[in-house]
Design a binder for this molecule. Structure first.
Ligand SMILES: Cc1ncc(C[n+]2csc(CCOP(=O)(O)OP(=O)(O)O)c2C)c(N)n1
Ligand code: SF4
Length: 314
């Protein structure tokens, strides 16, 4: 089955106008920035970003930002509360006719995985519970990157971080599994959740367009290859992003009112093709190949896609 594209089916349909202008101090080849750039094109100009501390802090150097829209900086745990305050203020201004409805803004939390999977999770849960009308855009680089690439709950099995190095006691590096934030959000029954990849821009744009038509809490979870933290050359960002999807490690999917659809089903290359490109997994191959760890990662991906094939939509 092919996923129907209602708004974006050709690259030339993507908005030409840039909402995130060049000239930020993020690293060259930052996959998160590319994902945000594409998402912002669809969101348009009338946006206020509520940015939790992280790499994207570097997007703005007061009083300048690369955005056409507005930007508010918050602590890691309080971005959803910041979004609530802005949403309430906008609603009050509209109700009092001090702001025309056409000038309403989309309220978008912008946060890394440390914030999303951990520090702001209870605030996010509460915001979803209050049915806050906001977007939550997570650039998931699978670590606390901005402070030195430490382990987060989004770090995948087998990856090395500065706080989970591979050692004699832990030859595979991280042996915790990545937290399933998609399912944690889905358990709250928000109206819209999607995973994104910058390497699949039409899939990404279509999901942003769908989210824009839905009121309430919306999660947009973007895998964000990080040359600095993952250890690959910046020119390889598109290839790393592509292989995450083609190996089946990063499923592209959405959940509308809780019902999951896989928006692209890859033929599935071996996970090794993806792992081998990155320094954070190098110890799985050198100096000796860690067959059990590589097999473990492959088995988990195989099991995931077997479940997808077996299960009817929920
Ligand atoms: C409560 C709190 N603890 C620690 C910090 C220091 N700090 C600033 S950015 C950051 C990393 C954020 O990680 P993540 O959300 O994954 O975003 P990334 O750095 O990957 O962009 C940390 C720990 C902080 N700002 N607030
Ligand atoms: S550390 Fe990684 S996520 Fe952060 S700006 Fe650099 S490339 Fe992007």
């Amino acid at each position: 089955m092919t996923w129907p594209h209602e708004t974006y089916s050709k690259i030339k349909q993507l908005p030409l106008e840039e909402q995130v202008l060049p000239g930020t101090s993020l690293c060259a080849g930052c996959g998160g920035l590319e994902t945000l750039r594409l998402a912002a094109k669809v969101l348009g100009e009338k946006v206020v970003f509520v940015n939790a501390a992280g790499c994207f802090t570097l997007l703005a150097v007061y009083p300048f930002t690369p955005f056409h829209g507005s930007w508010l900086y918050t602590t890691m745990g309080s971005a959803p509360a910041g979004a609530q305050g802005i949403r309430d203020a906008l609603d009050v201004l509209i109700a009092k006719r001090r702001l025309p409805k056409e000038e309403d803004l989309k309220v978008v939390v912008l946060a890394g995985d440390g914030t999303t999977y951990e520090m702001a999770l209870s605030a996010t849960s509460a915001a979803i519970g209050r049915n806050l009308d906001f977007y939550y855009f997570c650039y998931d680089n699978e670590a606390y990157a901005n402070t030195g690439v430490q382990l987060s709950s989004a770090t995948p099995y087998g990856a090395r971080t500065t706080t989970s190095p591979c050692s004699l006691q832990h030859p595979a590096g991280t042996v915790r599994e990545k937290k399933d934030i998609f399912e944690i959000w889905r358990a709250h029954r928000p109206p819209y959740i999607a995973t994104l990849s910058a390497r699949y821009p039409l899939d990404l744009a279509e999901k942003l367009a769908r989210a824009s038509r839905i009121a309430g809490p919306k999660l947009l979870l973007a895998l964000s290859p990080c040359p600095t933290g993952w250890g690959f050359d910046p020119f390889q960002t598109p290839e790393v992003a592509r292989l995450a999807v083609e190996t089946g490690l990063w499923p592209l999917k959405e959940a509308v009112q809780g019902e999951v659809t896989h928006t692209y089903v890859p033929k599935r290359r071996p996970v090794e093709d993806y792992l081998r490109l990155q320094e954070r997994f190098r110890h799985l191959f050198e100096p000796t190949r860690q067959e059990a760890a590589i097999r473990h990662i492959q088995d988990r991906v195989d099991a995931y896609w077997s479940r997808v094939r077996a299960e009817p939509p929920r």
